[in-house]
Design a protein around this ligand. Structure first.
Ligand SMILES: [Zn+2]
Length: 509
């Protein structure tokens, strides 16, 4: 941690000089632009109420808050240092990882996903990596179905999730702008080798009668497993019949009891835990909200299954002042990766709250913005950019590939408004998919401000992205891959499954 002198009682925070703005080095020097408005006082001062009980946690909280006050300059905001982050993220792909990463041998698909998706958010074309991604992931497919985290390892649902997301991202990039026949070929090379039948059988082994899922056979049960399983099922184009299974063989329908299980994970605080009766946590909250929105539109998904008011209260308590970033749990410090886990929840909650108005084209009533996007953007740009590239938890902590992806995903959530649009629901290519609701998400650069029944208010939030060169790419708010990649993949599966059915019929004849 960067050491800072404590403020004396009554002392006002001193505003940092340019060099102090980045305590780790000289990275941002001479690169500041004027912020469009001054920073609100609550982000420049310690909170009015501080914890009287001094513990290790309360000390860390205070020193983090003080440290961040000193990192925030009232008049300037550092730009997103895109080129340096790109270099940081390309390095493991082009040069390989150092020996120390052997400890992450069971996380191969994750390392690929974090780097490739983060590069994609930064606007890099990652299509050139598609063939290498396919050849890296093929050996991870287990002979009995599913994906291991490393070669020869037992299947794990998170490994399957990260593998499919990576393939969806690179194949989307490489096929953009290609004629249809070549696009179909790219998707065939990227996905036709996956044994969907065996993968489905493997997912049946981790499905639980209580509606939840385990991460692997004999592994732990939690909502992360349920979310990852549903994403894999949604992106691999399974139909209703395949998900239902064969009751005469004792197969449980894969979607049975799922929403009820997730519903039972909401805690007394209003947040969501790993499983029923567990502590509320930002990561698990995102998994549950996104998984519920895979099964229905956001308004129905969230208001029918969760106490939305209590959820909003808990989510609001995750964003701290002065820091501006999110914590993952009550009494924990801010951390850049919760920009996605909590910021991503806000995208879905806002879409649910505004669903009727924004989803169907009316602008009559909007709840507007329920969280401080500007404060999160400030936290990310001032505190989460590493001096030599990459993004991080907080100042004083080294950047890594995981935080790079989830800080940038959170930045995308803060810069864009996501909404659910079912106006073309019946005519869309995915109308028959059991996860059809997931294919109806759109994004807008305009974030609505609240408006009243009488038409007062409204308009758009200004100054979220002071310079367009700082804008990052849009991501699908449930899958965390480039928005649009999900639709391309789904339309390919529909084509591929039709062709496979025709082939099967002609073989029978
Ligand atoms: Zn983190």
């Amino acid at each position: 941690m960067v050491q800072v002198d404590p403020l004396e009682e009554g002392e006002q925070p001193r505003f940092a000089t340019q060099a102090e703005n980045n305590p780790d080095g000289t990275f941002h020097q001479n690169m500041y632009r004027m912020a469009p408005e001054r920073v609100p006082a609550m982000h420049l001062n310690l909170p009015f109420i501080l914890d009287d009980l001094e513990t290790e946690t309360s000390q860390k909280q205070l020193s983090t808050a003080r440290n961040i006050i000193r990192s925030v300059n009232q008049s300037f905001l550092p730009p997103l240092d895109r080129a340096t982050h790109v270099e940081f993220l390309l390095n493991p792909l082009d040069e390989g990882l150092s020996g120390g990463f052997v400890a992450l041998d069971a996380s191969r698909p994750w390392l690929l996903y974090w780097c490739i998706n983060a590069l994609s958010i930064l606007g890099e074309d990652v299509g050139a990596y598609n063939a290498r991604v396919v050849s890296s992931l093929k050996p991870l497919q287990h002979p009995n179905g599913g994906f291991g985290g490393g070669n020869g390892q037992a299947p794990h649902v998170a490994a399957a999730y990260a593998s499919i997301l990576t393939l969806a991202t690179t194949s989307y990039h490489v096929s953009r702008g290609l004629p249809e026949n070549e696009r179909l070929e790219v998707y065939a090379e990227s996905f036709a080798w996956i044994d969907r039948g065996k993968l489905l059988q493997w997912i049946r082994k981790i499905k639980l009668p209580n509606g939840g899922f385990k991460v692997n056979e004999g592994g732990e049960e939690d909502v992360r497993a349920g979310y990852c399983a549903l994403v894999v099922l949604a992106l691999l184009g399974y139909d209703e019949e395949e998900l239902r299974g064969d009751p005469s063989l004792g197969e449980l329908p894969l979607l049975s009891g799922v929403a009820e299980y997730f519903k039972n994970c909401q805690t007394w605080e209003g947040g969501i835990g790993a499983k029923p009766n567990a502590e509320a946590h930002g990561g698990y909250a995102f998994c549950v909200l996104a998984a519920l929105c895979l099964l229905s539109g956001p308004e129905e998904a969230l208001s029918k299954n969760l106490d939305l008011n209590r959820l909003i209260s808990w989510l609001s308590a995750r964003q701290y002042a002065p820091e501006g970033g999110f914590s993952g749990r009550t009494n924990k410090l801010v951390d850049g990766c919760y920009s996605t886990w909590v910021g991503g929840c806000w995208s879905l909650v806002e879409a649910a709250a505004n669903a009727i108005e924004c989803g169907k084209g009316s602008t009559k009533v909007n709840v507007g913005d329920l969280w401080s996007r500007k404060a999160l953007i400030r936290y990310i740009l001032t505190c989460c950019q590493g001096p030599h590239g990459g993004l991080r938890d907080k100042p004083g902590i080294r950047p890594d590939y995981y935080h790079s992806n989830y800080v940038l995903l959170g930045l995308s959530a803060a810069q864009h408004y996501y909404y659910y649009d079912d106006s073309h629901a019946q005519s869309s290519v995915s109308a028959k998919s059991p996860f059809r609701h997931a294919y109806r998400w759109k994004s807008s650069k305009n974030v609505p401000k609240p408006s009243g029944d009488d038409g007062t208010g409204g308009g758009w939030l200004e100054g979220l992205v002071p310079d367009e060169s700082d804008r990052v790419g849009v991501q699908h708010p449930l899958f965390n891959i480039p928005l649009g990649a999900e639709g391309q993949l789904q339309s390919w599966w529909e084509w591929f499954n039709d062709v496979s059915d025709v082939d099967a019929v002609s073989r029978e004849n």
